[in-house]
Write a protein that binds this ligand. Structure first.
Ligand code: ADP
Ligand code: GN1
Ligand code: MG
Length: 368
């Protein structure tokens, strides 16, 4: 058994899983945590679970992070039960470690957590059926609604300045200065792209400071593959990946979904001719998100939805480029230049959104 497998044995033994482990596979396509799907044979049949090693170089305070997730998931569970929903499928459910804690600290110093596996539902890296994207919008909007009265002051900031685009821009400039791997000379065009659009880094922060945009409890990582869609009904049933639930801006939640889900290509597509912002998908998402938020969005928030899409795409592209310059230390990569490819799709999308801004505004006006 490899050291890695031995550690997983230790971890699995220290959670309260039932029965005998019969399968264990790396799972999903997240960029941050190490995720495994476990299958146990029990007297009641097979039971599946998700096991995750939290990324400690990104989440410096895993205990606080899990405190957030315990708080948020128990809050959601209560609201789902009040509405006669299925609380085992409509929210993440934590499986405790043997000592009753919501995590296990292994002998190598890593933190692990486990969730009930959400059965009969799927995550998508790309919109396969347009209706799915609409459903995900309703669900992310609704998620915000369910957490609208959550005591925000009890939430820890799991990543400081996570969507503070101005601070992301400073980090980016520092990465360019460091030029840790000597890549900067090769990506001058991309660096210029960022610097020519610095205004995008400040616009939302300024509005927030002027109290024109309210701080809400938001998800902050609203990728399509962070939502589970029921295989039978086609409805988005559960919002997952709650590591970044923190006070934030609704327009950023909207924007991050558009960045990932309304693109006509994968996030790491190399043929940029394939990359654009699909306006039909933009419209479906706008309709679903506005409905899901059920009247809670202010006029300013509605006005800024298209800019939110642009800012989130710009910010993400800048983060990918900074990571490329730093030597791929943050996002998981699977090939040489992977983060640079990702950065290029994001900037292609930003440029496309710039051309489509008035059309996007007209769509928002249709649903407000
Ligand atoms: P990351 O932060 O690395 O993106 P996620 O928490 O999003 O990690 O999990 C990665 C993937 O694992 C998800 O995209 C999804 O496919 C799958 N997954 C996570 N939690 C569950 C769950 N409770 N049930 C079923 N699949 C899950
Ligand atoms: C990461 O965890 P995942 O893969 O859902 C990242 C997001 C980025 C996204 C880009 C905690 O999301 O902020 O937008 O990759 N999450 C974190 O695909 O940094
Ligand atoms: Mg994820």
């Amino acid at each position: 058994m490899s050291g890695e497998e031995l550690i997983r044995r230790e971890v699995i033994e220290n959670f309260t899983f039932p029965g005998k482990l019969v399968e264990e596979i790396p799972y999903g396509s997240g960029h941050i945590n190490d995720t495994f799907r476990l299958v146990f044979e029990t007297e009641q049949g097979r039971k599946r679970y998700i096991l995750q090693r939290m990324n400690k170089s990104i989440f410096h305070k895993p205990v606080e992070l899990m405190e957030n997730i315990v708080g948020v998931t128990s809050w959601l569970r209560k609201k789902i039960l009040e509405n006669s929903g299925d609380a085992d499928r409509e929210t993440l459910n934590i499986v405790s470690a043997g000592d009753g804690r919501p995590y296990y600290l292994d002998s190598a110093g890593d933190y692990w957590r486990a969730y009930l596996f959400i059965e009969g539902a799927s995550c998508y890296d790309k919109v396969e059926k347009k209706e799915d994207f609409y459903q995900s919008a309703v669900a992310f909007g609704h998620f915000q609604g369910l957490l609208a009265d959550y005591p925000a002051e009890t939430l820890h900031e799991t990543i400081v300045n996570f969507h503070n685009t101005a601070s992301r821009l400073d980090d980016f400039k520092a990465a360019v200065q460091r030029d840790a791997c000597g890549h900067a000379g090769d990506v001058q065009r991309e660096i210029r792209f960022v610097l020519e659009r610095e205004h995008l880094a400040y616009v939302l922060g300024e509005m927030q400071a002027e109290k024109k945009l309210p701080l809400r409890v938001t998800h902050n990582d609203t990728k399509l593959n962070n939502i589970m869609i029921d295989d039978k009904t086609g409805k988005a049933i559960c919002v997952i990946d709650l590591d970044t639930v923190m006070p934030g801006l609704a327009v950023n939640d909207f924007g991050d979904s558009i960045r990932f889900g309304a693109s006509t290509a994968d996030e790491d597509e190399r043929d940029l001719a394939k990359v654009s912002c699909d306006m039909e998908l933009f419209e479906l998402y706008t309709k679903g998100f506005v409905e899901g938020c059920a009247g809670s969005l202010t006029d300013e928030e509605l006005d800024m939805l298209p800019i939110g899409a642009m800012v989130m795409t710009y910010e993400c592209g800048m983060r990918f480029l900074a990571d490329h310059l730093d030597g791929d230390v943050y996002f998981k990569t699977h090939r040489e230049g992977h983060n640079l490819d990702r950065c290029r799709t994001q900037f292609k999308l930003v440029a496309d959104m710039e051309k489509k801004l008035s059309a996007m505004n007209a769509i928002v006006d249709k649903y407000r």
